[in-house]
Design a protein around this ligand. Sequence first.
Ligand code: ADP
Length: 395
Amino acid sequence: MSSTVLVINSGSSSIKYQLVDPASGESLASGLVERIGESEGHVKHRAGSETTELHDPVPDHANGMRTVLGLFEKVGPVLADANIVAVGHRVVQGGEYYDGPVLVDDEVVGVIDRLSPVAPLHNPPNLTGIRVARELLPDVPHVAVFDTAFFRNLPAPAATYALNREVAERYKVRRYGAHGTSHQYVSARAAELVGGDSANLRQIVLHLGNGASASAVVGAHAVDTSMGLTPLEGLVMGTRTGDIDPAVVFHLARNAGMSIDEIDDLLNKRSGMKGLTGHNDLRQVHRLAESGDEAATLAVEVYAHRLRKYIGAYAAVMGGLDVLSFTAGVGENDTIVRARAVAGLEFLGVEIDEARNEARSKEARFISPDGARVAVLVVPTNEELAIARQAVSLL
Ligand code: ADP
C-alpha cells in the first residue's frame, strides 16, 4: 500500500489534522478538535463518507490528540495499517533559521520556542502540538514545515524595514512573511497550468482567506510578500487592519488611553472587514452591501483597493506580470472580490472573462480570456498536501 503522512496544525485552542497520501494527493481522513480547555469541546473526524462528532470537554492538547488517535483506531483508517511515514507539523515562524522543512529534534524544538516572541499567538501552540504528537507517535519521524520558509531568502531590500539598524538587528525585526506553504504550492501549480519555461515567470499570488497575503514570485523564488514581522501587515483581512500608519498606535495610546495589549487586540481581532462591517465573512458583507448598507459597500471597495495597490506594486517590483492567481476561501469563491480587484488593470494586461469568473468549480482554472497578456487563475490551495509532500521530500 502507498505511504501516508499525518499532517497536524495545532492552534491555541484547536488541532486540525489530515491523513494524506502524498503521492496521489488523496485525503484519507481529516478532522479537528476545537474549544480545547473550554467547558464543552468539539471533535469532528471525517473518514471517507463517515463523520463522527464528539462534544466532551477536551482539557488540553494531549487529551485532544489522544482522542484523535482513538478515533482513528475506532472509526478508521487504522493508523497501524496506514503506513505513516511521517508526521508533518505546520509551524508559523521559522525566523532566519529555516528555508525548508526540517526533521524535528530537541534542537529544533528549542529554536521554535526561542522564536515565540515574534509569533506569540502561533509558535507556542504549534510547539504544544509537536510535543504531544512526538510523545504519542514516537516511532515516526516528525517534520516541521514553516510558514515563513518560502520567504526566508527574500531579497534584502524587500525583507528590510527602514528601521534603526541596531534595533532591528537586536530584536530581529524584518519581514518574515506567512502563508508561505500556500504561496509556494499555488505558484508551482500555476506554473504547471500555464506551461512552458517557468524559470523567469513573474507571478503574483493572492492568498485571501480570513488571513490574507500577497506574494511576488519569480521562477520558483519569492521576491516580495505583504505580511511582515507578523501576519498583521499587508492586505485588509477578516479581522486585521493590514497596512496602517504605525502612528495610529501612538495616537490611540496617547488620546484614547488604550494599552498596548488593547491596541494589539483592536488591530488583530476587531478590525479588517469585521471592524468595518461587523462581519469577517465576505459572504455576509456582500449580503449587507446588496441590501444597501453603505459601510459594507465601502468595506468591499477598501478591500479591493488594497488588492489593486499590491498587484500594481508587485508588477513594478518584478518589472512586469505573467500570472495572477487567486486562492483560499475568498480567492477561490468570491467572484465579486476577484472582479473588483482587477478592475482597471487592463493597462497591465490583466483582464478577466466574466463567465469564467462566475463559473463554479473546485479545479484550478483560467479566468482570463484566451490570449490575454496575463494569465489570471483560480488555484485551490492545499496546505495539508503541500506539508505532506515537503515532509516526504526530506526523508
Ligand atoms: P482561513 O484563513 O481561516 O484558513 P479560509 O481560507 O477557509 O480561511 O477562508 C475563510 C473565508 O473565506 C471566510 O471567512 C469567508 O470570508 C470566505 N469565503 C468562504 N466561502 C466563500 C464564498 N462562497 N464567497 C465568499 N467568501 C467566501
